[in-house]
Ligand binder design. Structure first.
Ligand SMILES: NC(=O)c1ccc[n+]([C@@H]2O[C@H](COP(=O)([O-])OP(=O)(O)OC[C@H]3O[C@@H](n4cnc5c(N)ncnc54)[C@H](O)[C@@H]3O)[C@@H](O)[C@H]2O)c1
Length: 348
């Protein structure tokens, strides 16, 4: 029997190509693992009306970790149009299975290291070494959305919010509402994970990314919680920046930054920017880490136009395997998978 049980989730498009390449590496380093295939992605949405079938959720409850390729996601109407005839009209709503996995298993840390490997001609500058901590379960990705907007919601908002007067007379099918939900608990734990990481890896600074000057309630809460956490780490420099400004500053002065921590959407945005600064999405890797499970993946999506051609860069997926080394610190317990040894072998 193998020492480790790993869910193998290639998903859609180039997810399959990059997972094949990752497997060559894992086999070459002779990781003592059993890889168990899990169904996930667009095909299962179209055929079964569920992009994350229950059997895959059950599988994830039995594994030490998972490696995930990528999925294709489409807007609500396009998704409904591609459902097989027997599932049309059942009121099914497509939700990205990776977002669902993150919420179902409370994979609250999205860890995205972006390091310029020496001599890569695609580097924005040599020597960039940034680590993004993206909150992974809340914010605009909470999934609480209304389109069309029901009358009860409109009436409640009209009674509670002055700025809503601007929209109050619109018919419900003329607008949509997506709720940005940020909790004190969710904000505190992602910021703490970022600071703990900084402390354990000798990083000098953590930058809190937000837009609290405009998005006052939710980003205000995030910033406030983050500042409280920062007080527990006096040895680490802290600053904060608006999401728009940081996109400019990162490009201009990449060496002024080190670890960045952000709510879900801003974390998603700066992840792509940071990945591009170290060679592009083919170098951007990701770990979705919770207390009981970790799902590793490249940051990129399914890039359908390149699917099956085996020509995209698999390094992001291979680096995602390396992300496993920090699981121990985040989960505060020995990981079931000996990632440290695996990484040593990978880098040898
Ligand atoms: N976690 C995920 O699975 C995830 C993430 C982002 C997007 N998506 C989905 O993927 C689909 C395509 O989205 P998209 O085109 O906006 O983003 P994408 O990341 O799939 O691709 C954008 C572009 O980046 C480049 N690229 C991506 N991966 C690369 C690699 N490994 N090597 C070299 N170049 C690479 C390609 O030029 C590609 O056209 C959509 O359905 C989207 O919803 C999924």
């Amino acid at each position: 029997m193998s020492k480790h049980r790993i869910a193998w989730l290639p998903g859609d498009g180039i997810g399959n190509d990059v997972m094949e390449a990752a497997r060559l590496v894992l086999d070459a380093v002779e990781l003592d693992a059993e890889y168990v295939h899990g169904d996930i992605g667009w095909e299962y949405w179209c055929r079964e009306g569920d992009a994350l079938p229950t059997r895959t959720v059950h599988l994830l409850k039995t594994v030490d970790a998972a490696l995930f390729g990528a999925i294709t996601s489409k807007p609500v109407k396009a998704a409904e149009a591609e459902l097989s005839p027997e599932h049309k009209g059942r009121g099914l709503t497509y939700r990205s299975p990776i977002v669902r996995m993150r919420q179902l298993f409370d994979l609250y840390v999205c860890l995205r290291p972006c390091k310029a490997y020496p001599g890569n001609p695609l580097n924005h500058r040599e020597g960039i070494d940034l680590v993004v901590f993206r909150e992974n379960t809340e914010d605009l990705y909470a999934g609480v959305e209304f389109g069309p907007v029901p009358q009860e919601l409109a009436a409640t908002l009209k009674g509670l919010s002055k700025p809503f007067a601007h929209f109050a007379d619109l018919p419900g099918d003329e607008y949509a509402v997506s709720c940005k939900i940020n909790t004190k608990h969710g904000s505190e734990r992602i910021v703490r994970a970022a600071f703990e990481f900084a402390k354990q890896h000798g990083r000098k600074k953590v930058t809190i990314v937000h837009k609290a000057n405009v998005v006052r309630a939710t980003d205000g809460l995030f910033l406030e919680e983050a500042k409280k956490v920062a007080q527990d780490f006096p040895g680490i420099q802290t600053d904060d920046a608006n999401i728009d400004a940081i996109c400019m500053w990162l490009l201009k002065n990449p060496f002024a930054y080190d670890v960045l921590v952000a709510p879900n959407l801003y974390g998603d945005i700066i992840s792509d920017l940071c990945a591009q600064m170290v060679g592009g999405l083919g170098f951007g890797c990701s770990g979705n880490i919770g207390e009981k499970l970790a799902v590793f993946e490249p940051t990129h999506g399914s890039a359908p136009k390149y699917a099956g051609q085996h020509k995209v860069n698999p390094i992001a997926t291979i680096l995602a395997i390396k992300n496993g080394e920090v699981v121990q610190q985040i989960q505060g317990a020995r990981p079931k998978v000996d990632f440290e040894n695996m990484v040593k072998n990978l880098l040898a």
